[in-house]
Design a protein around this ligand. Sequence first.
Ligand SMILES: NC(=O)c1ccc[n+]([C@@H]2O[C@H](COP(=O)([O-])OP(=O)(O)OC[C@H]3O[C@@H](n4cnc5c(N)ncnc54)[C@H](O)[C@@H]3O)[C@@H](O)[C@H]2O)c1
Length: 350
Amino acid sequence: MLKVDYDVNTRPDKYSVLIDGSIEGSFDALICYVRGRKVLVLTDKGASDAALSDIVKLLSGANAEFFVHTLKGGESVKSFEALQAIISELIEHSFTRSDLIINLGGGVVGDLGGFAASVYMRGIDHINIPTTLLSMIDSAMGGKTGIDHCGIKNIVGAFHQPKFVLCAVNYLNSLPERELLSGFGEALKYYCISASTVILSCLLQRSVTPELIEECCIIKRDHVEADVLDGGKRRILNLGHTYGHAFEAASGFSLTHGEAVALGLIAELRLGERLGITEIGTSDAALDIVSKLGLKSDCSPYAESAEEYLKHDKKNASGSIEFAFIRRFGEPFLKRVPIDAAADLLHSLK
Ligand SMILES: NC(=O)c1ccc[n+]([C@@H]2O[C@H](COP(=O)([O-])OP(=O)(O)OC[C@H]3O[C@@H](n4cnc5c(N)ncnc54)[C@H](O)[C@@H]3O)[C@@H](O)[C@H]2O)c1
């Protein structure tokens, strides 16, 4: 098994992302972070049992004082209520600024736990041990944390970089097919912005390899390092997410994040073609990959209600909204589009 270890430099923070077959070879690295600290392990009911038992074994072996906080899981957990419960537990066990949260789960656990870490005592450390494909290739790294409110995704949040990210690929063995596909939806975004042949061949073969995770993480690392606080280049990573977030919310979160992103990608590529800035045929080529993967490809059930959510998008200002587009695969750029033109595309999908 290929073991990959690289740094993410988000001045002043710098941290390692380790991709390995299992966690065992990385016990020593993890022990350095937990020694002498109280640890709150945040996980959810659906996350890998194997992962939790590995962490409990590691923490017990290191004589660390630790507590496990288990969430019910699902997008609805990214809430003030769940945040409060975590903060209360940290207070109950007298966590100090030198203690630690380990987020063990998918993007939901990582976003919520990272946000709790960012606000508790104005910021404590956290480590991400992602257990879904989507969180390994995307959400565990980069420091975007947050919760949803009033049905709007990530409307409350903070930038708070993890101290360490460990992707143990064996945890994906228990991942349900639908969640695996959801990860491929996010991987398709990385293909669109990079034209990476490694990613394309994994998508076409529906195969998850450490190289797929590494390739996506390296692309993300490059965008994050160039623009930690999301003021420019990093926004390229929003490709598929402007419509995607609106579709996800419009579905009442019955779509997974990756399913919504795949639909968002098709819609945004169509918008680019309509505006004459994306090569004609690009959206059909993406649609072909989506169909081969077995991801949902019909945006129409969500198009009408998505319009309202589009207006609440954080990138919406003065009647226009910033989208990431591609000229063709591997050539991304940013452009503002009048909100009416963005809404018109949704009308054409109905
Ligand atoms: N912070 C970021 O940069 C960023 C980037 C992309 C997405 N996100 C967020 O990530 C979230 C989606 O993350 P996700 O797709 O990982 O969903 P998720 O966290 O909801 O996990 C999906 C499901 O898989 C289960 N699960 C987790 N690990 C498992 C395993 N190893 N075996 C079996 N089941 C397992 C979970 O219990 C859950 O039911 C969304 O809230 C999205 O907004 C954040």
